[in-house]
Design a protein around this ligand. Structure first.
Ligand SMILES: Nc1ncnc2c1ncn2[C@@H]1O[C@H](COP(=O)(O)OP(=O)(O)O)[C@@H](O)[C@H]1O
Ligand SMILES: [Mg+2]
Length: 357
């Protein structure tokens, strides 16, 4: 059975979204997130951190939608211009869409409908845009049963989207942004404005919302790993709000996801920082002549590297770049693999860390 009632505009009734248990969980989630924001600032090169976290999220968020890839395939895709299998391409697109969204809000500080369309289009690579034909329904993967019917009329979709964006862009003074994030995510998924890509687009909107509200400076907190591990609850709770207008359990789920993923990300950052320091020391010690801070940072920005990258980053000749990479392999910092005619140098210690999360 589909839902009985029509999707309502925001905001929901306050007593439904700000209960005592929600407030209790909220303070934990907000504290850990604050800690994450602080720790992120201590990483000298922010691109390093963003790159590492964003690719992982692209993989995890796509996995929720059954688009499965490996980290190795993705990193390889980033170092070649070769045509990639569809699934790999879609994850690489997702990564690009996160950066696109981040640029948009850095530039203008708010979102328009067209921006959401840009993000979605970057992921799915088609121009279908907002749904204009009826017929889209959400089904239970396993049973095929229709669980939710989103608004069908184009005018209603636009109406709900503009209400959504008003809530998204205009600072809601009296409610905590993390509660709003949960509310907004539900609302976006329930409007389901596109034929496809709604889940992935909605999860990008979450990180943009954190940045707009100054809860983070850079896009490094993602809920997808938590959602993957608690996937049936994710669907069940979105559905529970559809059917019963009971928000508490769903909001608690999102707040818990924020707390857990923030803790994991803090741990990850600490590990990366430690490895960076260790790597710098080894390089300084064993190959003082070629040691350059930018070179080591490059291996953390792009854990799969190649001569061209070094040439561009350090502005040096190919021959020198090649010699540097070989030297770093000799002292155990990198490991080379052949990919077609090219040699790729992998920062395996970093990959090990990234794989853990
Ligand atoms: N009952 C529901 N109510 C609202 N949204 C739902 C419900 N069930 C699933 N969703 C959302 O729909 C998303 C899937 O929509 P889809 O357009 O296929 O996105 P994608 O292509 O990114 O997979 C899920 O990730 C989830 O966020
Ligand atoms: Mg889909």
């Amino acid at each position: 059975m589909g839902q009985i009632k029509k999707l309502e505009k925001l905001p929901p009734k306050r007593e439904k979204i700000e209960t005592l248990s929600i407030l209790r969980q909220l303070s934990n989630s907000a504290n850990v997130l604050g800690e994450l924001k602080g720790i992120a600032k201590t990483i000298p090169n922010q691109a390093m951190l963003i790159n590492a976290v964003v690719l992982q999220e692209a993989k995890d968020s796509s996995e929720i939608e059954n688009i499965i890839t490996t980290q190795d395939e993705l990193y390889k895709a980033l170092v070649t211009t070769k045509k990639q299998p569809a699934q790999v391409k879609e994850v690489i697109n997702y990564r690009k869409a996160i950066f696109t969204g981040f640029e948009i809000i850095q530039k203008q500080g708010f979102l328009k409908v067209a921006d959401i369309e840009t993000i979605q289009k970057t992921i799915v690579e088609n121009n279908a845009g907002i749904r204009s034909m009826a017929g889209t329904v959400l089904k239970n993967d396993r049973t095929g049963e229709v669980v939710y019917t989103p608004p069908q009329e184009k005018s209603e979709i636009f109406d709900l989207l503009s209400n959504f964006l008003e809530y998204f862009n205009i600072h809601q003074m009296d409610l905590h942004p993390l509660i709003n994030l949960a509310v907004l995510h539900y609302q976006f998924e329930s409007i389901h404005p596109f034929y496809d890509g709604n889940g992935r687009t909605g999860r990008i909107l979450n990180i943009l919302y954190l940045i707009i509200n100054n809860l983070l400076d850079i896009p490094i907190l993602y809920l997808s790993s938590y959602i993957n591990q608690n996937k049936s609850d994710y669907y069940r709770l979105l559905n529970k709000v559809n059917n019963t207008d009971e928000w508490e359990e769903y909001i608690l789920y999102i707040l818990k996801a924020i707390e857990e993923t923030a803790l994991k990300t803090i741990d990850k950052i600490n590990n990366i920082k430690e490895l960076l320091e260790k790597t710098v020391n080894i390089a300084k010690d064993k190959t003082p002549k070629i040691y350059r801070k930018e070179l080591i940072e490059l291996l953390f920005e792009q854990p799969y590297s190649k001569i061209d990258f070094v040439v561009n980053k350090l502005n040096i000749e190919r021959k020198a770049a090649s010699r540097y990479l070989k030297k770093l392999e000799e002292i155990g910092i990198l490991k080379s693999v052949k990919m077609g005619r090219e040699t790729i140098y992998i920062n395996e210690n970093l990959i090990e860390i990234l794989k853990k999360y």
